[in-house]
Design a binder for this molecule. Structure first.
Ligand SMILES: Nc1nc2c(c(=O)[nH]1)N[C@H]1C(S)=C(S)[C@@H](COP(=O)(O)O)O[C@H]1N2
Ligand SMILES: [Mo]
Length: 315
């Protein structure tokens, strides 16, 4: 992992007036319509609206992306209900500003950071990724984000850090689905360190060139394109480094059905249905069913991470 001097400082140890002054300045500049004059690295993530990014064709598939309407109206986000339509109907109650992320565990740089500070200096890229849910539907999505590895490096993980764990916000006031015990809250996910730092693993802040719709995991969500969608945790408030394999919510809830690895594997069926094919959302009826590819089509890039592992046992 590349080392670099962290450009972020724990908000606990940075005098609050520093943040106050900078935010006030930026807010004043935005109010006066002068946002274009701010250096890109200093620009806060807008609460809504356009992002500046460059396309990354190297890490993009050439398939036709789904329409924004399809991506933002057919979601899994149990914090806002269990139906695919519920998140788009209910996620307006999520407040994505101010937002902070707590970093803990096996790393030299720990603390609670403002989202703006975590994003500072990160070059945003658009990457068109295949995305496949364990429920056997799939999408193609133009995400906007930056490699997770370039964020994790700033925290200087220690040599004991073998895994990274992520936690979603817990606030039943904002997330009405958390009033039901359908899952253990908060939602948790984890990756092995080499998975987390793989160049395909993306920290996502937008899609279709704009800030993420709340229902897609605003303001910050993970995308791991070779794994089933449930690994791609939304609305992240904690990132932890650990020596031991973290728990992940779906594995805790139904260990026989959902593993830790969750690599897209057409040869390993879910106990209640086949994973051999998938239904592309929005495609014409006859064209919608297509064969599922090993590692969701990313085998060339990621299969080596699992050399020597039994992927039927580690499903
Ligand atoms: N916090 C949280 N993250 C989550 C989920 C969830 O219910 N809560 N659902 C997961 C599942 S099962 C899928 S398929 C994807 C769906 O992402 P999308 O709605 O942006 O397509 O989000 C994943 N991340
Ligand atoms: Mo899913």
């Amino acid at each position: 992992m590349p080392t670099r001097v962290p450009r972020i400082a724990p908000s606990e140890i940075t005098p609050p007036e520093v943040y106050f002054n900078r935010r006030t300045l930026i807010a004043a500049a935005l109010a006066s319509g002068a946002s274009a004059l701010l250096p890109a690295a200093e620009a806060p993530l807008p609460a809504s609206g356009a992002l500046s990014y460059t396309a990354n064709p190297r890490y993009s598939v050439s398939e036709q992306p789904n329409k924004l309407q399809e991506i933002a109206a057919y979601n899994n986000f149990y914090e806002f209900g269990t139906d695919k339509e519920s998140p788009s109907e209910n996620a307006h109650s999520l407040r994505t500003r101010p937002w902070s992320v707590q970093v803990y565990g096996e790393a030299e740089v720990r603390g609670t950071f403002h989202l703006e500070d975590l994003l500072e200096g990160q070059a945003l890229e658009e990457r068109i990724y295949r995305f496949r849910c364990v429920e056997a539907w799939s999408l193609v999505v133009p995400w906007v984000g930056f490699p997770l590895s370039s964020l994790l490096a700033r925290f200087k993980p220690t040599s004991r850090a073998k895994f990274v764990e992520f936690t979603t916000l817990y606030d039943p006031q904002q997330m009405p689905g958390q009033r039901s015990r359908v899952l253990n809250w908060p939602y948790l996910e984890g990756l092995r360190m080499d998975e987390a730092t793989h160049p395909l693993t993306l920290m996502v802040v937008g899609l279709y060139g704009r800030v993420l719709p709340n229902q897609d995991g605003a303001p910050l969500r993970l995308i791991v394109p070779w794994k089933y969608g449930f690994k791609s945790i939304k609305s992240i408030v904690k990132i932890g480094f650990s020596a031991a394999q973290p728990r992940n919510t779906w594995n805790v809830s139904a260990p026989g059905e959902y593993g830790f690895y969750a690599n897209v594997n057409p040869q390993v069926d879910h106990p209640r249905w086949s994973q051999a094919t998938e239904r592309r959302i929005g495609a014409p009826f006859l064209a919608a069913r297509r064969p599922t590819l090993p590692f969701n089509g990313y085998a060339e890039q990621v299969a080596s991470l699992y050399q020597g592992m039994d992927l039927r046992r580690n499903f």
